[in-house]
Design a protein around this ligand. Structure first.
Ligand SMILES: Cc1cc2nc3c(=O)[nH]c(=O)nc-3n(C[C@H](O)[C@H](O)[C@H](O)COP(=O)(O)OP(=O)(O)OC[C@H]3O[C@@H](n4cnc5c(N)ncnc54)[C@H](O)[C@@H]3O)c2cc1C
Ligand code: SF4
Ligand code: SF4
Length: 509
């Protein structure tokens, strides 16, 4: 049935092209594969997958890095929205695009630099980027490819943003990130750490120093407070500080019985970090159900496998304090009520009595924020209703002509690949602002050679999972949990692709 459905799909596809009287490749609705359209950075997914299928791993990675400098990081931590739109899922299950990517990046021994168009005029222009997270560094990468030599100013002691500060090393080993940051530096990008906007310099001072354009990419670095009585007690902190202290300073106080409040990825990262740092018990309190947790299901499953307990439909009401230290949390049991505006059933107070969860550490992971007035000073910028910076969707320009902004500081807390995409748009936007032209050559479509034979039957292999290290090997260390496939598995998986972007005139690259 799978094969006949695929044939049916192909017939429909060809019929569509005939009907529209357009040659394949000029019909806007069919030009891009759904996976590529769903990737915020527009990575050429079918292209790199087909190159992996041909064992042309270096070419595959080069094609990928045309749109995303953080291929190796994203191979580990991308939320892979591409897979949610993979057409193969209407037949059996989506391609494991991230899994194929992981195998691809493992094949790179010496990191390659992408195509750069040297340009003395551009190199002489002063461009500042504030924040060395995925948004700032991607902007620097694409500007450097146009011959600019941007300066990146970063408040933390190390570049990488959340990828270095909060995403745990068991999901993203730091040497993998450092390699991709070094690749960006090799393009002529100067990153200066320990330089904080609002403390060591201001937007105004950069303007006075002669910077002609600026990309503001400071993310949403602060954790939200709980707003509960008792939260100033010793032993209460928020997840951003907890994770940052461990990942940047190398140590963080961990209680014996730790409670994390929240249901997102930051809550699960904090819980799994505390479990690795030998807390006796780690409990995640969440006021909705498990299905409603914003954290990724695989992450929740792994947290549970590592001993983290979930206490669901539970709302924290008060931090109980003795001698200035936290000793427990008074909680209210919840149940599901009517649907709210997010389309989820709202948790409402249940009938049962409040109860206490004893603990000696509370970590709040209920959201993030950024203090914009503190950062922008006299160069105030228009903001959206949600408080984040208002930007042009295509160029990331702000209400101040010379300032561009992107990543979490403009979108609100989002994802690495959204930040990468914003960085790319800002680079093209800044170049347009400075030169009046669109020079983003990497956006030109590449036509890749392909193993794909339109008359061959598609393979019927099932989607496979990536191997994980056993749970007993995860205690007291931050070794990477997810492992890559072997070559045979990766190629088998690559060949599941239907090449939804297939066109007659496919040239070799
Ligand atoms: C715990 C956690 C886990 C996550 N897990 C994932 C995941 O698995 N996959 C995924 O795709 N996304 C994940 N995210 C979201 C993702 O990390 C962010 O959306 C992304 O990093 C945003 O990129 P950015 O460049 O806009 O900001 P950031 O990554 O926050 O980088 C901003 C940079 O600006 C610097 N900065 C801040 N203030 C100043 C200042 N005043 N002066 C100079 N520099 C400053 C910061 O130090 C930082 O280096 C996670 C987020 C968190 C908090
Ligand atoms: S970067 Fe993420 S969304 Fe884009 S193709 Fe890779 S896994 Fe998919
Ligand atoms: S089958 Fe291949 S080309 Fe089609 S959506 Fe999935 S990954 Fe993309």
């Amino acid at each position: 049935p799978v094969l006949s459905t695929i044939r049916h799909f192909r017939e429909e596809y060809e019929e569509h092209i005939r009907e529209k009287k357009c040659r394949a490749g000029v019909c806007a609705g069919l030009v891009r594969a759904p996976c590529q359209s769903a990737c915020p950075a527009s990575v050429d997914v079918p292209g790199f997958i087909s190159l992996v299928g041909e064992k042309r791993y270096a070419d595959a990675l080069k094609l990928h890095r045309e749109r995303n400098p953080f291929a190796a990081a994203c191979a580990r931590i991308c939320f892979h929205s591409c897979e949610e739109h993979c057409r193969r899922s209407s037949l059996d299950s989506p391609l494991s695009i991230r899994g194929i990517k992981r195998f691809m990046v493992e094949q790179e021994m010496i990191i390659q630099v992408p195509e750069v168009k040297e340009n003395a005029k551009n190199a002489a222009k002063k461009i500042a980027i504030v924040g060395a997270g995925p948004a700032g560094l991607s902007c620097a990468y694409f500007l450097a490819r146009l011959g600019y030599k941007p300066k990146v100013l970063e408040a933390a002691p190390r570049p990488g943003g959340m990828m270095a500060q909060t995403i745990p090393a068991y999901r993203l080993p730091r040497e993998i990130l450092a390699r991709e940051v070094r690749m960006i530096e090799r393009l002529g990008v100067d990153i200066e750490c320990d330089k904080a906007l609002g403390k060591d310099f201001t937007l105004e001072s950069l303007k006075q120093e002669g910077y002609e354009a600026l990309f503001l990419a400071v993310g949403a670095p602060d954790g939200l407070k709980l707003g509960l009585p008792g939260e100033e007690a010793e032993g209460v902190c928020e997840a951003m500080t907890f994770l940052r202290d461990y990942n940047i300073r190398g140590s963080v106080p961990v209680g014996r019985n730790v409670v994390i409040i929240g249901g997102g990825n930051a809550a699960i990262d904090a819980a799994r970090t505390a479990a690795r740092l030998d807390a006796e018990s780690v409990t995640v309190l969440y006021r909705r159900t498990r299905e409603q947790m914003p954290a990724y299901e695989e992450e929740i499953e792994e947290a549970e496998a590592e001993g983290v307990k979930l206490q669901l439909l539970t709302s924290p009401e008060e931090i109980i304090v003795e001698d200035g230290k936290v000793v427990g949390i008074r909680c209210k049991p919840m149940e599901l009520g009517a649907f709210d505006r997010s389309g989820r059933r709202r948790p409402v107070a249940g009938e049962d009595a409040d109860f206490v969860v004893p603990c000696d550490q509370v970590i709040a992971a209920i959201g993030q924020r950024v203090d914009l007035p503190l950062l922008t000073g006299s160069q105030s910028l228009n903001v959206q209703r949600n408080g984040y910076i208002a930007t042009d969707a295509l160029t990331k320009a702000t209400s101040q002509e010379w300032i561009f902004a992107g990543g979490d500081v403009a979108s609100g807390p989002s994802s690495v690949i959204e930040a990468v995409a914003d960085g790319e748009k800002a680079a093209a936007g800044i170049d347009l602002f400075l030169t009046g032209k669109n020079n983003a050559f990497w956006r030109e479509e590449k036509k890749v050679g392909t193993f794909f034979d339109p008359d061959a039957d598609p393979v019927s292999y099932e989607r496979e999972k990536q191997p994980l290290i056993p749970v007993e090997r995860r205690r007291c260390n931050f070794d990477e949990v997810e492992q890559p496939w072997d070559e045979a598995t990766a190629i088998r998986q690559a060949k599941r692709c239907l090449r939804c972007d297939y066109r007659e005139e496919v040239h070799s690259w």
